[in-house]
Design a protein. Structure first.
Length: 251
């Protein structure tokens, strides 16, 4: 059964950093599991975090602008073609981790047959992996426009300011109907000072469920584009057991 984790939040909150370091934690806990990183953020930044300039996207398939690595096989149905095309744009990260990038999505109101065909093909693809981590565009609505899949855990990444906390509350509200019965909560990122006091204040004043706190890593602030962080990784390990995910050995 596939575990689905969505990382949401406004741009600049640190979503991609959380995605990359959470992936490292999953790799440590479940080295044998397959992971799909699903970049649903319009900045398409996740590939760069792994040193890859990914140009092939799901939108490219939809728009007919994708340039395929090989010739298109003959005598396929449209559904088979889309499933084959998705395989063509998957970018390997390591032996057990792959990346796929969506870029633009069509509205669910679009009645074009390809909207449903892409949804069905993505559901089939996602269910092939043990763990799927979505790097989302703001909230879950944009992801839902592309693929309707149950989300087990939604983490809303936010900076520890009053303004950001209020926005996180709205993101939580907007995303609730798409999260179904999955777990949802906030991760405070780049926290300085008394983290418990800050967490209590922001959660009480904004009615937030804070699942995790990540201290500020000064090295990330200095190194443009750097996403690997032992500070972030260790913080994720600290709140890992609050999440509704299988237990594993975290050393």
């Amino acid at each position: 059964m596939t575990l689905t984790v969505a990382i949401a939040g406004k741009g600049g909150s640190g979503k991609t950093t959380v995605v990359k370091n959470m992936t490292s934690v999953f790799r440590e806990v479940f080295p044998e599991k397959s992971i799909l990183l699903f970049d649903n953020d319009l900045t398409c930044e996740l590939g760069h975090a792994y040193g890859k300039d990914v140009r092939m996207t799901i939108y490219g398939i939809r728009s007919g602008k994708h340039e395929y690595k090989t010739g298109i096989p003959e005598n396929m149905t449209k559904q088979e073609y889309i499933e084959w095309a998705l395989e063509d744009i998957i970018e390997p990260i390591d032996d057990n981790t792959d990346l796929i990038v969506s870029w633009l999505s069509a509205s669910k109101d679009c009645r074009c047959p390809i909207t449903k065909q892409i949804n069905d093909a993505l559901v089939k693809l996602i269910n092939r992996y043990d763990i799927v981590i979505f790097d989302c565009e703001f909230d879950l609505k944009y992801l839902y426009q592309l693929v309707d899949i149950p989300i087990d855990i939604t983490l809303i990444v936010t900076r520890p300011t009053e303004e950001s906390a209020k926005l996180a509350g709205r993101i939580e509200e907007y995303s609730a109907k798409y999260a179904a019965d999955g777990q949802m909560g906030v991760v405070l990122n780049a926290v300085t000072g008394d983290s418990n006091e800050i967490s209590f204040k922001l959660s009480e004043e904004n009615n937030l469920s804070v699942l995790g706190i990540i201290p500020k890593d000064e090295n990330l602030e200095k190194a443009t584009g750097e996403k690997d962080s032992e500070i972030v990784k260790n913080a994720i390990k600290q709140f890992y057991y609050r999440l509704n995910i299988p237990r594993g050995d975290l050393s």
